[in-house]
Design a binder for this molecule. Structure first.
Ligand code: ADP
Ligand code: MG
Length: 263
């Protein structure tokens, strides 16, 4: 990417994201409690853990939505603590949200176009739409199988298409790293398979992805690595295949959704 945007890159340019001792406290609650987390270029990492573990808060810290209490976060070597979300989009970090977020009254095409004109890597942040933005938006409609919904209002399309739309609005700005918060929440098993295929396509293109997901079948099908959080801390960071036999992970999931049930 453009070196003028990233500033000096530290030793390994293959490290996309590096978090050291990241903490977020809400009063007495340590929602994120000293997380160390590194993501290499092209890696796909799935974050799991029970409700309230701190997963979304961790994403909010990385994406600049919530200020950190403590810790260091680097995006491709650049310290990004304190940068606003739109700055991070321009630096190559895009994210989606747990709940479907779109401009409901706008069409699918317009949603992608607006995301592009504000988040574009060079000269973004303006309401002025360039011809190249329209082309990028049309390309994204095709890429994510959204052409049939292009002129429909975002509120009116099926949930699977809404999930794809969120991915489209993130991808249209050509991010270097994509963060997805529960991308398949609320989808049926066949829809989840459809999303697994989409993720594998992005992965084959070399996209670096970090996603949060409860659905273990999705996590183990898509991720190169799994990180499991509990009470703001990392209790597992390693191969997804090792999850089923890890005692701490099993204990944490016991009585909740359960690894077996959601597999
Ligand atoms: N803005 C906030 N103010 C106070 N507590 C919060 C806030 N956001 C999240 N929390 C708390 O932080 C903990 C982690 O929440 P969250 O990151 O949403 O968990 P997860 O995404 O793993 O389900 C929860 O106990 C939640 O209630
Ligand atoms: Mg969450």
């Amino acid at each position: 990417m453009d070196a003028r945007l990233t500033g000096p890159v530290t030793s390994s340019s293959d490290i996309m994201l590096e978090c050291r001792g990241v903490c977020k406290r809400f009063g007495a609650l340590a929602a994120v409690d000293g997380i160390d987390f590194t993501v290499a270029r092209g890696e796909v990492v799935g974050i799991g853990g029970p409700n309230g573990a701190g997963k979304t808060t961790f994403f909010d810290l990385i994406s600049g939505l919530t200020p950190t209490t403590e810790g260091d976060i680097r995006l491709m070597g650049k310290n990004i603590v304190g940068l606003a979300p739109h700055r991070l989009i321009h630096l190559g970090l895009a994210r989606t949200f747990q709940l479907n977020s779109a401009f409901d009254g706008m069409s699918v095409y317009e949603n992608i176009l607006v995301a592009r004109s504000f988040g574009r890597r060079s000269g973004g942040g303006s309401a002025l739409v360039a011809g190249s933005d329209k082309q990028a938006a049309r390309d994204m409609l095709a890429e994510l199988d959204l052409e049939e919904f292009a002129s429909m209002q975002a509120a009116e399309i099926p949930i699977l298409a809404r999930k794809r739309l969120m991915i489209a609005t993130a991808l249209v700005n050509e991010p270097d790293i994509l963060l997805l918060d529960e991308p398949v929440g609320g989808l049926t098993p066949p829809e989840i398979e459809d999303f697994i295929a989409l993720m594998l396509k992005l992965k084959a293109q070399g996209m670096t992805i970090v996603f949060i997901e409860h659905v273990m079948h999705f996590l183990t099908s898509v991720a190169d690595r799994a990180m499991i959080m509990h009470q703001g801390q990392t209790i597992y960071d390693g191969a997804p295949t090792g999850l089923a036999s890890d005692r701490t992970v099993a204990e944490v999931y016991l009585g909740s959704a359960g690894l077996e049930q959601s597999a």
